[in-house]
Design a protein around this ligand. Sequence first.
Ligand SMILES: [Zn+2]
Length: 361
Amino acid sequence: MKYSIGVDLGGTDIKAGLVSAAGDISCRVVLPTDVEIGGPKVVAARIAEAVRQVLVNAGTAGIDITPKKSESTSKNPLQTDDEIHEIGVGLGAPGLIIAETGVVHFSPNFPGWSDIPLVDYVNAELAKLQPTKHAAQTDTHKKYTPILRGMDNDVNAMTLGELHHGAGVGYKSLVALTLGTGVGGGVVIDGKVYHGSRNTAGELGHTIVEPNGRVCGCGNLGCLEAYAGAKNIVERIAEKIENGRNSTLTAAMKDGTALTPRMIAEAAKAGDELAIKIFAETGQYIGIALTSIAHILNPQIAIIGGGIADAGEKLLFEPIRKELSKRAMDIPAQMKIVKAHLGNDAGIVGAAMLALERSFK
Ligand SMILES: [Zn+2]
């Protein structure tokens, strides 16, 4: 079976795993990113270490990751099982990523990084692992050379994961929204992630939904992120409570407890009218943004993930669909709106797909 290794690089953790062609993850590893200890080369070394540990775990678990002859990328007719087999690695990283060249142009999670050739750095670190027999113990005759073959923005990677193994299976054109601290987006056209002319396509969180609205992290006014990001949902309900609106969350807020979207969702599910209204408004703003997106791109499906999406059908998805059907023209209004399937695994699965899709060599 064809395997690859997916690495999800975050500001705090590096998550990695062995991903099968069916999209199943095994041999997971989580390491601290250690960004505060050193610069990009230290982070690259941590990524390589995570990959090494995944391979060691695979050896310990007795998983045979050797590609079959027909799957081998080396196409060497003389290859025997004593030779080194390549295994593809894919990396999802936060920020503005130049996918074709493997460069991190800028990343809010890594202050000071500017046009970092991260793929080269990681491959230099991975090369140092040779000729260690990572598969060790149970499979000592086999050697694996991990090579980083693809890197993309983390949200594009998640979008790719959902396309191949999640809610997007069977579709060729889709958009994905991740509702977390910020609001990320990804666009798939004709089965491929669309990057735009200079790699900034898919910033769906910065679709304007109120011309003179709330201030967004990007500096603009009225972006979707300024309404549907976790911090902003909390701010909106806190302002209303401070202005005297009744809510079951009032006591917690007065005690100094930091509200979270989960607490607001729980209050809403227990019947708190203000909390219900906040989610209905959030859904309405997402619906407004998706109306524009549906008119521009006419995707088959919009996949919505991230922690906020856990608020669920009634609180969030119904208001989104209602807004789309109210505003969009007949055909774009038929875009399906569904919850993401892969949850936190989308990053690793999607990164592994990058290893299969692209090659820098
Ligand atoms: Zn913005």
